[in-house]
Write a protein that binds this ligand. Structure first.
Ligand code: CA
Ligand code: CA
Length: 203
């Protein structure tokens, strides 16, 4: 086999490997999803849903609510199915990056309502001290934020202290969004990401 034949063979192998991985279907919970060969997550783009470990992350990208109502909507969506949901906790680098990759790779998800996705952290109680909804302090690398320190806002933020207190994954920069973390006005209407612990656990 000469060099050109070898390169052709390698190319064919890579194409077949990709085709096979895309078509590999795996049961997750009670629906069929596709294996994401890049990070081991399980995704079904039609359901806007991503499994990382046992947890489900649902991108509600076609609706938009305030940060407070988004958290309530997450609970309302999954309570009938017997699960306690809420805005997503993205403290884990693995989870945060899987979610960001999912948003960036699926057409439509990268242009959500309100130019961002609400996630489950805020600094409403102590300005500058961000906490997740479970009360734990946000302790992500500075690089996980779009720009840090944040809270820079000079407009009319309709929050109780008039500044930016709620966390989003932001559609910035516009031409190639990285969907890094940012604080924004809690009363703005945005798309949002629900987290449903245990939803992806296999029976
Ligand atoms: Ca703030
Ligand atoms: Ca901000």
């Amino acid at each position: 086999m000469d060099g050109q034949q070898f390169r052709w063979f390698v190319h064919l192998f890579l194409v077949l490997s990709w085709a096979f991985s895309v078509n590999t279907q795996t049961e997750c919970g009670n629906w069929t999803q596709w294996m994401d060969d890049e990070n081991g997550g399980l995704v079904d783009p039609q359901l806007d849903e991503l499994c990382v470990g046992d947890n489900l992350y649902k991108m509600v990208w076609q609706g938009s609510l305030t940060w407070y109502d988004a958290d309530i909507q997450c609970k309302n969506l999954f309570a009938p199915k017997g699960f306690v949901a809420g805005l997503a906790n993205l403290e884990s680098n693995e989870v945060r990056n899987s979610v960001r990759r999912f948003i960036k790779n699926v057409p439509g998800f990268s242009d959500p309502k309100g130019k961002g996705y609400w996630i489950g952290c805020h600094d409403e109680e102590n300005e500058g001290i961000f906490v997740w909804l479970n009360g734990e302090k946000v302790n992500v690398p500075d690089s996980a934020w779009y720009s840090y320190p944040n809270n820079k806002y000079t407009g009319n933020c309709d929050a109780k202290d008039g500044d930016q207190d709620c966390c989003q994954l932001w559609e910035r920069p516009k031409n190639d969004p990285s969907f890094k973390m940012d604080d924004s006005c809690c009363t703005d209407n945005k798309a949002f990401i629900c987290e449903v612990p245990g939803y992806c656990a296999r029976p």
